[in-house]
Design a protein around this ligand. Structure first.
Ligand code: GAR
Length: 212
């Protein structure tokens, strides 16, 4: 199976997934890294690993659909089976989402359905939540709303601010994202009729839940 990783910045989730591929835990070939930013730090790691990279600057396109169509053409040219959004900070349209239905994953830094969108950590702190976390989910047309595969929680302490909480959540992201990708690559996790299944059993709305 050929996978593409989409990034916009640091790419630490991409690194975790590439390491899992290299170690043979995920039996897939990272065949493309897409970034919407030419200066995304993660592009350096991708190039060092010998993976082809493609930069699509969203400002060069008249609309989101044109941007997505250009990316789709590149992804199809590389015969990609699975798209992994790893900190890709663009909202995608059906142009790209539909052809990859059930074959596109995202990681979001909150316990969805709580806090879709941005500033998740500050919002959890402002709401005086005692737990936060991250969710790996299938991508559907509605933003941050696709069926969850895995969700991991972390405790929020009284000392936490958005920065420290982000670090804690990022650590669990690096565990759950490679695991979710592994399950999808192995065909153990599937999207069927709008629901996520693991080994043929429907997953609960949280996906597999890993507690702090
Ligand atoms: C991660 O925390 C990921 O959950 C988040 O961006 C960060 C990327 O970090 N994604 C989103 O907010 C998507 N809406 P990374 O570049 O080091 O993997």
């Amino acid at each position: 199976m050929k996978i593409a990783l989409f990034i916009s910045g640091r790419g630490s989730n991409m690194d975790a997934i590439l390491a899992s591929c290299q170690a043979g835990h995920i039996e897939a070939t990272p065949a493309l890294v897409v970034s919407n930013k030419a200066d995304a730090k993660g592009l350096l790691a991708a190039t060092a690993a010998g993976i082809p990279t493609a930069i699509f600057d969203h400002r060069d396109f008249a609309c989101r659909e044109d941007f997505d169509r250009a990316i789709l053409a590149r992804v199809q040219q590389a015969n990609i089976d699975l798209i992994i959004l790893a900190g890709f900070m663009r909202i995608l349209t059906p142009e790209l989402i539909k052809p990859f239905q059930g074959r596109m994953l995202n990681i979001h830094p909150s316990l969805l359905p709580k806090y879709p969108g941005l500033n998740t950590h500050q919002r959890a702190i402002d709401a005086k939540d005692t737990i936060a976390g991250a969710t790996v989910h299938f991508v559907i047309e509605e933003l941050d709303a696709g069926p969850a595969v895995i969700q991991a929680s972390v405790d929020i302490s009284e000392q936490d601010d958005a920065g420290s909480l982000q670090q804690k959540v990022l650590e669990v992201e690096h565990t759950i994202y490679p695991l979710a990708v592994k399950w999808v690559v192995e065909g153990r996790v599937r999207l069927q009729e709008g629901k996520a299944f693991l080994d043929g059993e429907p997953l609960p709305p949280s996906g597999v839940r890993i507690e702090a």
